[in-house]
Design a protein around this ligand. Structure first.
Ligand SMILES: [Zn+2]
Length: 303
């Protein structure tokens, strides 16, 4: 009888397990690694995240290849930077493979740069001059306050798309924001000495980081965003760095180092490789690591 009873319960449990549908996971298509990492922080086990680019790719220039179409086709949420960063490839992917619920202005379309104040917003846009930042600087992720702001909008969207788990998203958001706020204060205390320091950048991808830390870009190696360095422009940058106390030349993993190397050879200013995004070096494997590592490396260049 005892044996029969446990057999009965085993059958019941098995039946219940097979009857309950596997908990459906929300598919998030993130354009850049930083938004993929944030989606995992807030979504936890309820989301499956596909990231379109790696730290070694320039998000301005990505080809809309079939593997990306397949990822967009499955997406319940498209989570990107916006402000024209992905203008060369994301609209094409959405047109070819995006469902009606992930098109612009729907709940399944979240552009981080829509929710933060942008820098370098031009008064006048002249595309013939090769301006690839027509709506202002899109590289908003390197100010951790922006990560905090965007996390809130992301949690709201997840709750709309997947209301069954709204409470979980809310709880994960609260925990993330508490952790992030504390760590951000540590970074800011730690980086106090960087205030006022000058660096050279290749592309204006660092503007929000420098703005956050009170640092300055003395010059960019690109004459205009998206235009490769020219000999005459580099000579001008060399004159600028000779007149100023410049700490380092910042280079991201996806950037060509040739011009930076030339300037470094001419001026003696060291090149500093920063991770730029999640996965940009072996210590920047999540958002926390990205900022901790960035502050550590910047401080190292100063000493
Ligand atoms: Zn750019």
């Amino acid at each position: 009888m005892i044996i029969r009873k446990s057999y009965f319960w085993a059958i019941m449990v098995l039946g219940m397990l097979s009857a309950s549908p596997a908990s459906a996971s929300i598919n998030i298509f993130a354009c850049e690694p930083e938004w993929g990492a944030l989606a995992e922080e807030i979504g936890g086990d309820h989301v499956t995240v596909s990231v379109a680019t790696t730290a070694r790719q320039n998000a301005h220039h990505v080809s809309a290849k079939p593997s990306l179409l397949a990822k967009v086709r499955k997406a319940d949420l498209v989570f990107c930077t916006g402000a024209s960063l992905e203008i060369g490839w994301l609209p094409l992917l959405l047109r070819k493979a995006g469902g009606p619920d992930v098109q612009p202005e729907t709940a399944g379309w979240l552009m981080a740069s829509d929710y933060v104040d942008k820098l370098d917003v031009p008064d006048h846009v002249n595309r013939s001059m090769g301006h690839i930042h027509p709506e202002g600087n899109p590289h908003v992720h390197l100010n951790p306050h922006h990560i905090l702001t965007v996390s809130e909008y992301l949690a709201d969207r997840l709750a709309v798309i997947d209301p069954d788990h709204a409470a979980d998203y809310g709880a994960r958001l609260t925990a993330f924001q508490q952790r992030w706020t504390q760590t951000m204060e540590q970074w800011e205390r730690n980086a106090g000495e960087l205030k006022g320091a000058h660096v050279i950048v290749y592309h204006n991808g660092w503007s929000y980081l420098l703005d956050w830390l009170g640092m300055n870009a003395a010059a960019a190696l690109e004459p205009k965003p998206g235009i490769p360095p020219t000999a005459s422009h580099l000579e001008e940058v060399l004159r600028t760095v000779k007149a100023q106390n410049v700490q380092a030349i910042l280079v991201a993993p996806h950037e060509d180092e040739k011009a930076a190397q030339w300037l470094s050879d001419q001026s003696g200013i060291p090149i500093l490789h920063l991770p730029y995004t999640v996965g940009g070096n072996d210590k920047a494997q999540d958002l926390n690591g990205l900022f901790t590592e960035t502050v550590r490396l910047l401080k190292g260049a100063r000493s």
